[in-house]
Design a protein around this ligand. Sequence first.
Ligand code: NAP
Length: 294
Amino acid sequence: MSVPPRIGFIGLGIMGRAMALNLVKAGFQVSVYNRTRRRTIEFADLGCQVSATPRALAKLCDTVITMVSDPEAMDAVMEGPEGVASAFAGGNTLINMCTLSPDYTSALAKKCFLAGVNFLDCPVSGSKGAAETAQLVILAGADKALLEKFSPVLKAMGKEIVHAGPVPAGTSLKLCINLIVAQLTTALAESAALARAQGIDPALIFETLGHNPALNCGYFGLKKDNILKQEYPPAFPLKHMLKDARFMLAEAAKKKLHLPVTAAVESLMTKSYNSGYGDKDLSVVLANLSEPLG
Ligand code: NAP
């Protein structure tokens, strides 16, 4: 990339904060917008420009990256008189990195195309720790040449880019990956519940898995403390995985495909969400069934 982009980053939550900090560390010129202004203070302290609206941010920058929670949040930052789309200028670029549905992503790509704006569909695999250490795996749905052009920006936030195909292939692949994550997390929580019910220390589950190379999955280590201590500080909030599970089921329904285990996990996550655990880590999924939260 001959001229470095002027990047506008929207959404400084668990993931976006760490990703934007890594762009700053990599030397990019970064401006930020976040709905809750307090989260921008550390960026102002680092010399980043803080914009009062998504439109003001998009006016300042040629490349906008979005990392907000869901389609409703995307609508809030993209649409209306203060939205990014109101400042779209031909030749500019939008890179979406949050997890949306394939349909939403395709519609967004079309809107960009009509405005002469480049669009990259780039959700990420990896949680808070991987975001902090720039070890995310970026799942890209994009034109190959465009992806190559922006790979220095993406590589400042992640270690690998998997090119899944054109838009919305990055998002479609992301849903396949999160299907596994949702089920693995529920399996761990359910296994721990069965261990406790039998008077077995759930720590022995993790010890056993660790001794077996075929079952020694790095993800288990990430959720071990939550499951053993029955404390669920959010790395990946349950409400976001519930959104993703609903996207998976909607995609499957369109193709007349049954995903029975995902459907069961979605229903468990819905119960957990309705019990008020949406902002806790996804590993809380069975807490309302097995034990009261401390
Ligand atoms: P988060 O901590 O909940 O942050 C959400 C961000 O979206 C915040 O900046 C929030 O602003 C903003 N937002 C929410 N509603 C908004 C609205 N109506 N208008 C404007 N801004 C709004 O979420 P996260 O964990 O970083 O996840 C972000 C995305 O990445 C999600 O799509 C998630 O599924 C995906 N993802 C998460 C993980 C993970 O492990 N956490 C991993 C991979 C992918 P405020 O600060 O004002 O609330």
